[in-house]
Design a protein. Structure first.
Length: 337
């Protein structure tokens, strides 16, 4: 009997283990479960599975357990598999071999199935060879263990998530939200992901390259040293705001503004501006029939060639290909000069 009841929906399996962090499993259900098409129809079906169905202890299992209905057969049926962290990932003997039953279960995952880890779930994917040749991340506190165990894998402990196509990884708990929204955005576009984020009351987009850990606390907006400049730039992307103009709005030198900006956002002003421009361009490609040159101008890229270059570098697609994917318009090619 099939684990999933609907063949017309993208099937997501959340593979949990004893000691699972409940919030990480819940994130997947909450976000994917909120995605609706234009007709209100759910676009994903989510099922939780484990090595054996039944009660699964969490990292607070004296107080909270999960009653999991499905076994590893769900992995073979899924279009996307998400592996949350478990308490065992943080053991004092990080070189212990992976449980053979766990390794065997993961062989059920199809070769074309998308698979993603949250936090230290990356250790399991690495142990079975799924991260070989990939750029990956995990929680920054586990980076030393990961490097000791898998020195051949390209680990970047400073980013929120990585996307290698089929295989994705994310850092700590909150970055699991970012990763799920990223997958939804990849599947159905920015407008759909933004609506899910609004419904869940979380930020709609944090770029995967954003720093995991900002050394100084992020200040409240009213006390932020760069908030006014960011708000102004966001509203005036068509004017192609620059670093000097933003610093002037906060009455700071460029050097001081750049330092404070990175402390508050975890990225440079240039990186932040490029991301905001790409966000606006994607929204206009999805929600308007404007030609690419007009979109490039409104988003602050200046020319269609510049927009194409940035989209290819940041997203791996051209504006016309992005529009075709997320709008399905027959005249997408004609909209791009």
């Amino acid at each position: 009997m099939s684990v999933f009841t609907r063949s017309d929906r993208h099937r997501v399996a959340v593979f949990v283990r004893h000691g699972v962090l409940p919030i990480e499993a819940g994130i997947v259900h909450r976000l994917f479960g909120r995605v609706r098409g234009a007709d209100g129809r759910p676009l994903y079906e989510v099922a939780t599975c484990a090595l054996e169905p039944g009660v699964i202890g969490t990292d607070s299992d004296s107080d909270l357990t999960l009653n999991v209905r499905h076994g590893p057969e769900a992995l073979a049926e899924a279009d996307t598999v998400v592996l949350p962290a478990a308490e065992e990932d943080y053991g004092e003997r990080p070189h212990d071999p992976i449980d053979p039953a766990l390794a065997a279960a993961l062989t059920r995952v199809g070769e074309r199935t998308r698979i993603a880890s949250v936090c230290s779930g990356a250790f399991v994917l690495a142990a079975v060879g799924l991260l070989d040749g990939c750029r990956v991340t995990t929680h920054w506190m586990s980076a030393g263990y990961f490097r000791a165990m898998y020195p051949h894998i390209d680990l970047d402990p400073d980013v929120l998530y990585t996307d290698n196509g089929r295989v994705l990884t994310s850092a700590g708990v909150a970055s699991g939200i970012d990763l799920c929204l990223h997958m939804i955005r990849t599947d159905h576009g920015a407008a759909t992901a933004n609506q899910v984020a609004r419904n869940t009351v979380v930020p709609p987009h944090r770029d995967g390259g954003q720093a995991q850990y900002i050394k100084l606390p992020v200040p409240a907006p009213e006390r932020s040293a760069t908030a006014r400049a960011r708000a102004w730039a966001q509203e005036n992307l068509h004017l192609q705001p620059g670093l000097a103009e933003m610093a002037e709005r906060e009455a700071m030198s460029v050097r001081t503004f750049t330092r404070r900006f990175r402390e508050e956002t975890g990225m440079s002003p240039g990186q932040w501006l490029t991301q905001r421009k790409l966000d606006l361009a994607r929204q206009l490609l999805e929600g308007s029939d404007l030609p690419v040159d007009r979109i490039a101008d409104r988003a602050g890229f200046g020319t269609g060639a510049s927009l194409r270059q940035h989209m290819q570098a940041g997203l791996g697609v051209s504006p016309s290909a992005y529009r075709r994917t997320f709008r399905g318009t027959a005249n997408a090619e004609s909209a791009e000069p």
